[in-house]
Design a binder for this molecule. Structure first.
Ligand code: ADQ
Length: 461
């Protein structure tokens, strides 16, 4: 089997258990098959002359990491990746900021990554690139004569052509995509948006459903839904310590309805809208006052980007407002936790909550939806309320699917979940867990690697 080389902006490293299912799954694959993980080590140095690669090893897996400069961090990471690409690919042109310096830094850092990586590749290696930070990597490697099979998986959405067209660099970016052999998407919607752009704007054509001819290349474009390690998450939720936590959550039988949301504090996750929906639940169905509590766990992320500071203030103001309006000395409607929580505690909190509220405004997949389902007691499961704009909604149709922009719709779904008979909850959960198992982390990785390992397909005449 050919050696696997994984490239991502951040490298999880040998000790990545805390990072969760995906990183562990990729690492297991590397250890079994033999391979290298290359990327940024998360550190900055004052000057490019100080950049040097560091190497470590775990069984068959080698980790090669490099720092970036402080300027790169501002312009490449915060400026272009998180200030331009992230909002555009999540359909949020209103929040995107484009500057020439940031665009140049994105090219510069990718070029530097490619320069180091090219010298470490053997002709037989297959290269798996992850996500929006490193889209031009294949192009930078090809310019250096690298002819290996190279695939990219996009963890986040791909917007319709009209949205991408507003980005000043769209032509360059799409030409960079066109130099991969394989492009993997989370959903059919993302795949269709990409192909539409290639065909309508770049003169591309579909040779068949998942084979695109564009810019002189033939690219496999396929869907590989990301998943979780279902059994290990379910096992954490069943531990005796988890049971103790659940009993604490239900202490004295109050509150009777626990609703949980777990998301990085990101504007794509729809947190203020979610809180407004919870307020609507209390207004429309006042019987939930003193009975329902929303626990929102939202650790900080990308704090240096203004849009993230803004969303934090909005969320804090809203939770204070709701607690002030509805709360009482014996009931706090919103419990807002602004930090990371160990995964075993998350699993217990999911199991102890009657509603998993997953309402992003736009999301590639959303693994929290799958973790909530995996953590449930199948004989008395909770109900997943899921945004139609999460990639997960393309698969988890037995959840209560809602429009996160419509507070009344979400409130009605929560009320429906609260009164849903046990039999219906069991039926929905059985269908959901079957799908979560079918699309787990191993299948995601196996599917992508099979497609990457496959020889280039001959074109139809
Ligand atoms: P994210 O946007 O980070 O991922 P998501 O898929 O929900 O979103 O994954 C978040 C992970 O972090 C989950 O495993 C969750 O349990 C964990 N997490 C969240 N809050 C936490 C907290 N307070 N403490 C501990 N753990 C926490 C991106 C895309 C998604 C896509 C994934 C994977 O934006 O759409 O599903 O990549 O491809």
């Amino acid at each position: 089997m050919r050696r696997l080389v994984v490239v991502s902006n951040r490298v999880a490293g040998p000790d990545c258990q805390a990072a969760g299912g995906l990183a562990v799954c990729v690492l297991d694959g590397l250890r079994e098959r033999g391979g290298m993980w290359f990327g940024w080590n998360g550190e900055t140095v004052p000057d490019a002359s100080e950049i040097g690669a560091a190497c470590s090893r775990l069984e068959n897996a080698i980790f090669v990491t490099v720092p970036i400069t402080e300027e790169d961090y501002q312009e490449y990471y915060l400026g272009y990746c998180n200030g331009a690409l992230w909002p555009v690919l999540h359909y949020r042109l209103d929040l995107a900021r484009f500057t020439q310096e940031n665009g140049e830094a994105y090219r510069r850092v990718n070029d530097r990554f490619a320069e180091t990586l090219a010298s470490l590749l053997s002709p037989d290696d297959v290269v798996w690139v992850h996500d929006y930070h490193v889209i031009p990597l294949a192009s930078c490697l090809r310019d250096r004569g690298v002819r290996n099979r190279i695939g990219i998986f996009l963890h986040i959405p791909f917007p319709p052509p009209d949205v991408l067209l507003a980005m000043p660099d769209h032509e360059w970016l799409m030409n960079a995509f066109a130099r991969y052999d394989l492009i993997g998407f989370q959903t059919k919607t993302d795949q269709a948006n990409f192909c539409r752009f290639a065909c309508e704007q770049m003169g591309g054509e579909m040779a068949c459903d998942d084979l695109l001819r564009v810019a002189g290349n033939t690219i496999s474009v396929s869907v590989f839904p990301v998943g979780i390690d279902v059994e290990s998450f379910a096992e954490m939720a069943r531990r005796p310590e988890a049971e103790k936590r659940i009993q604490w959550l239900h202490r004295r039988g109050e509150p009777r309805v626990n609703i949980i949301g777990v998301d990085r504090l990101d504007y794509t996750k729809g947190l203020p809208d979610r809180l407004r929906s919870f307020r609507r639940l209390l207004e429309l169905y006042p019987q939930n006052c003193k009975a329902a509590t929303l626990m929102q766990i939202a650790p900080p992320t990308r704090k240096e980007v203004k849009a993230y500071a803004d969303i934090r203030h909005e969320l804090e103001a809203l939770s204070g407002e709701i607690n002030g309006q509805f709360g009482d000395f014996d009931w706090t409607p919103v419990r807002y936790v602004h930090r990371n929580v160990p995964r075993d505690i998350l699993a217990a909190l999911f199991r102890g909550s009657q509603i998993g509220l997953v309402t992003p405004l736009r999301d590639g997949m959303n693994l929290v939806a799958k973790e909530y389902v995996a953590a449930q007691d199948e004989s008395n499961p909770g109900v997943l309320v899921l945004s139609r704009f999460a990639g997960a909604a393309e698969y988890l149709q037995e959840a209560l699917i809602v429009n996160p922009y419509d507070a009344d719709d979400v409130a009605q779904a929560m009320q429906r979940a609260i009164v849903m008979p046990r039999e219906e909850r069991i039926e929905r959960h059985a269908a959901l867990i079957a799908k979560v198992r079918e699309h787990d982390a191993r299948n995601w990785m196996g599917g992508f690697l099979r497609a990457l390992d496959a020889p280039a397909r001959p074109l139809a005449a």
